[in-house]
Design a binder for this molecule. Structure first.
Ligand code: DGL
Length: 262
């Protein structure tokens, strides 16, 4: 495998750009190719087998585009499909899972909230980690029903979204959480709205930086870090390119967005 091949990243839609941002920040010389499967979003309400089928489709597209490593920038796809992707393809995969561990270890109230999709919260991988930390902590799980659909429309801080969040967070606030884990890569875009709703002592935890660090560690260990010049990041969507274009956390002109069927 050549070190100058791209890092392939996929998500059910535009949300994984929150992970791309961390990867690009930590590894600015790396060529990144991002697939937003917005035509099939949300994954979170789909059966596990369908999430696997879509993850295989995205993986094969990224392999065909030359990826040296694949970052599954979607908690739903990671928790439902990554173990089978790892056994089926001969390249490294990095996944993202709700950061229960740091939240549980830091929580003084011993009470944490997890906001994620139905697909993530009902997965065996999530249940395993959650069981481990629920011995010493109260874990309040809430499905962020409807949130991904709003973000896919480019809505992050509308009164409608804020009303949805206020209702979704009620059981967590009632239970007295002091940490909120964002278990979906779309949700970091809701942080400004969440901060308006949550009491100031509640810490918001997301896994983006940890994923970027893990990507670097794995590339380094395989001697796959590039030593070439910087590339222009490429983003492909099978949905509306305008939403992707406006959400990418990078100055306009510093990346390319293209529409593609996949
Ligand atoms: N970004 C995906 C995740 O991290 C969203 C899943 C969905 O499409 O429902 O779970």
């Amino acid at each position: 495998m050549s070190k100058d091949k791209p890092i392939g990243i996929f998500d059910s839609g535009v949300g994984g750009t929150s992970i791309w941002k961390e990867i690009h920040h930590l590894l600015p010389l790396e060529h990144t190719i991002y697939l937003a499967d917005s035509a099939n979003a949300p994954y979170g309400e789909k059966p596990s087998e369908e999430i696997l089928r879509l993850s295989v489709k995205n993986t094969e597209k990224l392999i065909a585009m030359g990826a040296k490593i694949i970052v599954v920038a979607c908690n739903t796809a990671t928790t439902n499909a990554i173990s089978r992707l790892r056994t089926s393809y001969n390249l490294p995969f990095i996944g993202i899972e709700p950061a229960i561990k740091p939240a549980a270890l830091q929580s003084k109230a011993k009470c944490i909230g997890i906001l994620a999709t139905k697909g993530t919260l009902s997965s065996a991988l999530f249940a395993k980690t959650s069981d481990l930390y629920s011995r010493d902590n109260k874990i309040i799980e809430v499905v962020g029903k409807g949130l991904v659909e709003q973000i896919e429309k480019g809505q992050k801080d509308s009164p409608f979204i804020k009303a949805m969040l206020t209702e979704l967070l009620q059981p967590m606030l009632k239970a007295g959480i002091d940490h909120l884990v964002l278990g979906c890569s779309h949700y970091p875009y809701l942080i400004p709205s969440l901060k308006e709703i949550l009491p100031p002592h509640v810490q918001i935890i997301d896994s983006g930086m940890a994923v970027a660090k893990q990507t670097k560690v794995v590339l380094q260990s395989l001697d796959l870090l590039t030593d070439m010049q910087q590339h222009i990041p490429e983003f492909y969507t099978n949905g509306d390119p305008k939403v992707l274009q406006t959400i990418i956390p990078s100055p306009a002109g510093s990346f390319v967005v293209k529409q593609m069927d996949f």
